[in-house]
Structure formats: C-alpha cells, structure tokens
Design a protein around this ligand. Structure first.
Ligand SMILES: Cc1cn([C@H]2C[C@H](O)[C@@H](COP(=O)(O)OP(=O)(O)OP(=O)(O)O)O2)c(=O)[nH]c1=O
Length: 227
C-alpha cells in the first residue's frame, strides 16, 4: 500500500488504495463525481486520444474504444493512480452523433433527433496503474425527443447550449422536449453512469483484466480501416 490519499468510494467495502484520477476535461463528469462524494484529481486526455474513426464500429464499440484510448493516454503520463475515462455519444437511426463541430452540424443532429427515440451510450474505462489492469463497460440510456418546432430549434441553436455536447443537446439543461424512457440512467446521458461506476469500483480488483491479455486487441482495433 502506498502513501497516497485513498479514493473515497461510496458503497465500497474495501476502498481502492489508489487515488482516483479523472481523465476528462468535461465539467459535467467532474460535477457528477464531486456530487457523489468521490475525491479525485483531474488530468484530461489529449485531444489526439479522441480521434480515430472506424466506419464499421457501432456506437457502443466506439465509446468503449475511445474510453480505453483516453485512459491509456493518461496512464502513459502517470506513475500511480486509478484512472477513470469516459466517452459519450448519441445514436439515432444508424447515425452516431458526437459533439457538433459548428451550428450547422448541431442543427443537422437536432433535425435527425427531432420526434424520434434515440440512445445515448457512455463507455467507461477504469485502469489501475499499480496493477496494470483495466476494465471497460458501456451503459445505454434510451430517450425521446419531441418534435421540435422551428422556434424551439432556433432558440436552442442561438443559446449555444449545444456546444461540447454529444447529439447537440444537454439533458441537464432541463429542456421539456427531452425525456428518458423507463428507468435508464440519467447521469449516463450527462457523461458518467454513476450507478454502474459504483459497481465497477466495488468489483474492480476482481474483474479487471491484465493489460497483456488479447482483450486489448478487441478494444483497440488494429484494423487498417480504422484510423
Ligand atoms: C448527451 C449529452 C452529452 N453531454 C456531454 C458529456 C460530454 O462532456 C460530451 C461528450 O463528449 P465526450 O467526448 O464524451 O467528452 P468531452 O470531450 O466533453 O470530455 P473528455 O473527452 O475530456 O472526457 O457531451 C452532456 O453534457 N449532456 C448530454 O445530455
């Protein structure tokens, strides 16, 4: 056991002795972790960890891969700690919607989502530097967006609340045209599935995989069509 302060892991019977490092620049992820009482430091992954497109990937495969890449990027820069990385996208009628590049892109996404049900996926990667083990998981939340009027669309685009948000909307912004279907996780939409995260942290030592296993290849595809 080292001398670092322990990560506070609510609900955990044996707290992980490694300090928790959030590998994210997302203010929403930091807020969710703080609100749940976790102690952590922040080291965002570099932008290059998030690039890479593979046309054959599904949304859950993509968020798993990107969460893994973001964690790996930060792990390479630290000597100790338990790294937590995540990636969130929306998925609707076969299209994967990440963060919009500009207003037109945001409008295109919202017109696709308008009046439809869609899924938000968040991939989470926990990676122990001490043990060189990792675990990746993906959580889905199903939502419905009411048909947007032209006025609602313009108001939302003008507000710029779409910036930096997958699918060009923020569930946390309290829009009455967005609802979660069933009991799916709300925090998952905003960037971290807190209920699943607590379970992952609780069971991490038992379920994490050694870094040298072939599982890595299934996450970090070496396929040449994926750059
Ligand atoms: C769907 C949705 C996404 N989001 C946000 C969460 C994420 O910050 C963002 C998706 O982009 P991500 O690439 O997952 O995260 P990020 O670039 O903001 O931060 P980092 O890579 O450093 O971790 O969209 C909301 O805030 N509300 C929502 O309702």
């Amino acid at each position: 056991m080292n001398d670092l302060p322990r990560a506070e892991l609510p609900g955990s019977r044996s707290p992980n002795p490694e300090s928790l490092i959030l590998a994210s620049g997302s203010p929403r992820r930091a807020q969710l972790l703080s609100a749940a009482g976790y102690e952590f430091s922040i080291q965002p992954a570099s932008d290059s960890a998030e690039c890479g497109i593979c046309s054959r990937e599904t949304a859950p495969e993509m968020v798993a891969r990107l969460a893994y890449r973001k964690a790996a990027d930060v792990v390479a820069r630290i000597d100790q700690g338990l790294v937590l990385a995540a990636d969130t996208v929306a998925s609707c009628v076969g299209s994967i919607l990440g963060k919009p590049h500009n207003r037109d892109h945001a409008e295109e996404m919202l017109r696709l989502l308008s009046g439809r049900e869609h899924d938000v996926y968040t991939g989470v990667c926990l990676w122990s530097r001490r043990n060189e083990t990792f675990q990746v998981d993906v959580v889905r939340t199903r939502l419905r967006m009411s048909e947007l009027t032209e006025e609602q669309l313009s108001e939302h685009l003008d507000s710029l609340r779409w910036e930096g948000k997958a699918g060009a909307f923020g569930f946390q912004d309290g829009n009455d045209w967005l609802t979660i279907i069933g009991n799916d996780s709300e925090s998952n939409v905003v960037g971290l599935p807190m209920e699943r995260l607590a379970e992952l942290l609780e069971n991490f030592e038992r379920k994490a995989e050694k870094i040298t296993t072939p599982t890595i290849d299934s996450i970090e595809s070496s396929d040449s069509s994926c750059s």
